[in-house]
Design a protein around this ligand. Structure first.
Ligand SMILES: [Zn+2]
Length: 82
């Protein structure tokens, strides 16, 4: 969950204020460290037709989420590029 503040001297620009895990409320001190962002467009055939879901999870909540699946997720390790 992301909250924004209006930038000083600007009527329209917003500045990121804080990011919280949508599941447990953990506050991330630094963006992109331990935060797992999700942004999904959900198409036809689901009860969420044409909705976009945007949320952030911490490592623990993500681990709990994927461990609740009947089948394990496919995992690939990406090699770092210099
Ligand atoms: Zn969490």
């Amino acid at each position: 969950m992301r909250t924004y503040l209006k930038k000083r001297r600007s009527r329209v620009e917003l500045e990121l204020n804080e990011v919280l895990c949508n599941c447990c409320g953990h506050a991330f001190e630094c963006l992109d460290v331990g935060m797992i962002p999700f942004k999904m467009f959900l198409g036809y055939g689901t009860e969420f037709d044409l909705e976009e879901h945007d949320f952030d999870l911490c490592n623990n909540c993500y681990k709990t989420f994927i461990n609740s699946f009947l089948y394990r997720v496919d995992v690939r390790t990406i090699q770092e590029i210099e």
